[in-house]
Design a protein around this ligand. Structure first.
Ligand code: SF4
Length: 329
């Protein structure tokens, strides 16, 4: 454990979490909470940048994400868990940083154009959407974070944060740590159709899917498309079900299926059942914890309250220093 190193990360509340979220983000967080001083937040303000026309959906989405985090094993005794909008210091620092951030820096963030093109059904010509990478900068800088867990594709985002904080340090004197990317593993978790697992593709298995739903989804999963009959040899390297075996099944079974599939000694229906049983065994304890938490809304509120109080304590200290550096108090 290295409590002197601070790690900050957030997740947009987009609803229930699926296996892609678990292996891409949550699993890493579960390890990080044992290694560093971690702040994990539900980024409800970030969600507003694209969902501002229908913010009512966010309340349930925030509750779902909190349930999934806790059920998966995030432990409020080992990390600080909170709702972004309950720590207004994030917004205050965002405002201060916006004074010294050139608009062109925000416009060139790769995801700005990409997301705008992807979400054509929404009007994203808003100040909030343009400024969201700066809000991300404030999210991290308000705790003077050393490390930000990111995938390779998000390194550019962090570079903007580093540039903005460097500019602040240059103008007002050393105040902020320049956060470093903490590249975290993200194993392949294909959706049921072979594309990236995503809520919008309708190809996801959720951590909270019940047994019947998981069985149905796995039954419909696309396998090696060239394998028409059971007597055709298959190729596990291009089969989604085999990717699930790799994630959930014991190594002996993975090796056996690998050989039997290639030799046409096992059919896809039978193999899907094996993979499904191992997937269900992984989900069961998570879902048991989720049910217990669902039955205790008071506990959820206590966790969020305590998390926000703890986060605010640190954030207020840093913000005071920022004001002092700027000569504002
Ligand atoms: S036997 Fe299993 S690994 Fe082989 S193609 Fe069918 S589902 Fe995929």
């Amino acid at each position: 454990m290295n409590p002197s190193k601070i790690v900050v990360s957030g997740m947009r509340p987009t609803g229930k979490l699926h296996l892609g979220h678990y292996f891409g983000v949550l699993k890493n967080w579960l390890e990080l909470q044992n290694q560093y001083r971690c702040f994990f937040f539900i980024a409800d303000w970030h969600a507003l940048t694209t969902e501002y026309q229908d913010p009512k959906i966010l309340r349930q989405a925030c509750r779902d994400i909190l349930l999934d985090w806790l059920a998966a094993g995030l432990d409020p005794k080992r990390c600080t868990i909170f709702l972004q909008s309950r720590v207004p210091e994030h917004a205050e620092l965002h405002l201060l940083l916006s004074m010294l951030t050139p608009i062109s820096w925000l416009e060139r963030v790769p995801s700005y154009k990409e997301l705008k093109n992807e979400l054509k059904d929404r009007d994203l010509s808003t100040y909030g959407f343009l400024g969201y990478p700066l809000l991300q900068t404030a999210d991290v800088a308000i705790y003077n974070a050393h490390l930000v867990p990111v995938g390779q594709d998000q390194v550019a985002h962090l570079e903007l944060s580093r540039e903005v904080l460097r500019r602040f340090n240059h103008l007002y004197g050393e105040t902020f740590v320049e956060p470093q990317p903490l590249l975290t593993p993200s194993p392949k978790v294909p959706g049921l159709d072979g594309r990236k697992m995503s809520k919008s593709y309708g190809n996801a298995i959720y951590l909270s899917d019940d047994e019947a739903a998981v069985r149905k989804k796995m039954g419909d999963a696309v396998t090696d498309p060239a394998r028409i009959r059971k007597s055709d040899p298959g190729n596990p390297d291009i089969c989604n079900v085999f990717d699930y075996h790799r994630l959930f099944s014991p190594p002996e079974l993975v090796s056996r299926v690998n050989l039997q599939c290639r030799a046409a000694e096992i059919g896809c229906v039978e193999d899907k059942k094996l993979a499904t049983e191992n997937l269900l065994a992984f989900l069961r304890p998570i879902q048991e914890r989720r049910r217990a938490l669902e039955a205790d809304p008071k506990r959820l509120e206590e966790i969020l309250e305590a998390g926000a109080a703890e986060a605010r304590k640190i954030a207020q200290g840093h913000l005071k220093r920022v004001y002092e550096r700027m000569g504002l108090c």
